[in-house]
Ligand binder design. Structure first.
Ligand SMILES: [Zn+2]
Length: 185
């Protein structure tokens, strides 16, 4: 019996492999986040900087009070005592075209960070092992393609997956799909 594997106590060499894999996964995600943010920035710029009606680039930012989803629930007396219920009225940025006067909602940036993508990955791995195979399949296949070991993914889950419910993607289950670092070194 492989006692290191059983107790999950990596040797120095095995620890180095796990750390290297986590670093490389982190780099991939860093790049993915940067690519996403670059695309997002470009899309937002093109949607905010020219008028969809007349194509003019003479645009100014305006703040407008706009009605959100329509309804105001409960009693509302802004500024006096307690406010019951909630309001969907929201303040949003608005673009205003100086040429034709058209106004449209300002597109907000949707930033992603390396960690937010890693969190997504962890969630999809959990879906897969929690029985929602089709949801997590792409992520699991991609990680298998990268040759990431079960122990590295388990560490990634420790850091990026939290839930009130117990985790389904245990190391034991991960090893049914991913190679174990203990079997390769
Ligand atoms: Zn215009």
């Amino acid at each position: 019996m492989n006692l290191r594997k059983f107790f999950n106590r990596p040797s120095t060499k095995q620890m180095e492999i796990i750390n290297a894999e986590l670093a490389s996964v982190g780099n991939i995600e860093e790049k993915e986040a940067n690519d996403h943010n670059d695309r997002d920035r470009a899309v937002c710029r093109s949607l905010n900087d020219s008028c969809p009606r007349c194509r003019s680039m003479d645009i100014v930012d305006k703040i407008a009070r706009v009605q959100g989803h329509g309804e105001v629930h409960g009693d509302f007396s802004l500024g006096f005592g307690s406010v019951r219920g909630y309001s969907n009225t929201d303040t949003n940025g608005v673009n205003n075209c100086n040429k034709c006067g058209h106004q449209w909602k300002k597109y907000e940036r949707n930033y992603q960070s390396r960690d937010s993508i890693l969190k997504d990955w962890a969630r999809y791995v959990e879906y897969f092992f929690g029985g929602f195979n089709s949801l997590g399949e792409d992520t699991v296949k991609m990680l298998m393609g990268l040759g990431v070991k079960a122990e590295s993914i388990s560490k990634l889950m420790d850091k990026h997956y939290s839930s009130y419910f117990s985790r389904k993607a245990t190391l034991k289950l991960l090893r049914t799909k991913f190679k174990s670092v203990y079997d390769v070194v």
